[in-house]
Design a protein. Structure first.
Length: 72
């Protein structure tokens, strides 16, 4: 499953750090954090997507505490 989320990232360097950290998580097939559009695109298996998304949010807070990911 591939989904996009609005996220607030302070700078391009922060986006790159987030992307690298999230990419290392289990079951993350692909991730893209775009600073210009303030979007996070996440691809993960359908059956594990909720668990992966929860880990992504936790990891984002650890790596960049000011980052906000809006989950619909």
């Amino acid at each position: 499953m591939k989904k996009k989320f609005k996220c607030e990232v302070d700078c391009a360097n922060c986006a790159a750090k987030l992307e690298d950290a999230i990419r290392r998580l289990d079951n993350v097939e692909d991730v893209n954090v775009n600073f210009l559009t303030q979007k996070l695109t996440l691809t993960a298996p359908d059956d594990k997507f909720a668990e992966v998304l929860e880990n992504v949010v936790k990891t984002a807070k650890k790596v960049e505490p000011d980052t906000v990911i809006y989950i619909d």
